[in-house]
Design a protein around this ligand. Structure first.
Ligand code: SER
Length: 315
């Protein structure tokens, strides 16, 4: 148990929902306030303290922080890459304004610590495809990627100018079974397991050899908890850390599924998301995270497939 009071914004989402459960286990149920903009995720709403908070509304955020004496915010609100291409101005507003609101709460000393995820989407077609380094060319060509890149710059700026304790990870595609992802380019790598169990076939919106960095949810949550536990001086990068686990293609996922479901068939109909996938690196060099705070991943593709099929069949 700790004396930290935590607010999770976007707690109903794919990562937020699992992060909420983990942080409640660590810090105690009453010390972790989950929030989102509706009551749709009933499992989450009924599992502990839940508040309706719009991260775009500074006043409502501040009121919630004061009500619960919040010291740490996890800002898990975002419009992802594929949806962002359909609603560019909404994506810009949601992703950037929510970050400013939280950064400004910290600048005004209402809170003192922030976690905000960045993404592999900060990279673009001019980034090296193999082992994209921590410091490299970042010329994203999606709105989502642009919001994450500018967000990283502001995080570093607020850390340097206003001493805001902000920590960030460049998440790859996150694979999980509890809450569906929505609006991302890497979503195929989750959908494929649902369809494999329900229909024994899947029509993939990316081409068979599209290799992208991926990570199992448990690893992503471990990384998030780990970076937030490091003493302040241990965080050398205040923009966002590269982190990676595995990289694979739709064809490789299909092969790993066939080991469990031999009849499974995959077909390919690449759509607009193919261009987004093509603009991202295949692999990420995360040696800074491994060196600075001991990051290690556990799940490779075989383990991910085992877990996904096992958990989804139970569900
Ligand atoms: N999973 C995200 C997306 O596909 C990448 O951060 O948009």
């Amino acid at each position: 148990m700790s004396s930290h009071k935590i607010l999770i914004l976007g707690a109903a989402g794919q990562i937020g929902s699992e992060l909420t459960a983990k942080l409640r286990a660590i810090h105690g149920k009453d010390n972790v306030i989950a929030s989102d903009i509706n009551y749709n995720n009933t499992a989450l709403v009924n599992s502990g303290i839940f508040e309706i908070v719009d991260a775009l509304n500074y006043v409502s955020l501040k009121v919630c922080c004061e009500k619960y004496n919040i010291d740490t915010i996890y800002l898990m609100v975002a419009m992802l890459s594929a949806k962002g291409e359909k609603y560019p101005m909404k994506a810009w507003d949601l992703n950037v304004t929510s970050l400013f609101n939280v950064l400004n709460l910290a600048k005004a000393k209402f809170i003192n610590k922030i976690f905000w995820p960045s993404s592999i989407a900060v990279f673009g077609p001019t980034t090296p495809k193999e082992n994209a380094p921590q410091y490299t060319i970042t010329e994203p060509n999606t709105v989502y990627g642009m919001t994450k890149l500018i967000g990283e710059r502001w995080c570093q700026y607020y850390n340097e100018k206003y001493d805001v304790d902000i920590r960030s990870l460049r998440y790859p595609g996150i694979i999980s079974w509890k809450t569906l992802p929505g609006g991302g380019t890497t979503d195929y790598a989750v959908e494929i397991y649902y369809e494999a169990l329900a229909k024994k076939k899947y029509n993939c919106f990316l081409a068979e050899n599209t290799e992208l960095p991926m990570m199992y949810m448990d690893d992503a949550i471990e990384a998030t908890v780990a970076i937030m536990s490091v003493p302040t001086g241990g965080i050398k990068i205040r923009s966002s850390y590269n982190i990676s686990a595995v990289s694979y293609t739709p064809k490789q996922v299909a092969e790993s599924i066939k080991k469990h479901i031999p009849e499974f068939e995959i077909s390919y109909s690449p759509d607009f998301r193919q261009d987004i996938a093509n603009s991202w690196p295949k692999r990420i060099d995360d040696s800074e995270a491994r060196k600075d705070w001991g990051w290690r991943h556990k799940f490779d593709l075989e383990l991910i497939t085992n877990e996904m099929l096992k958990q989804l069949s139970r569900k």
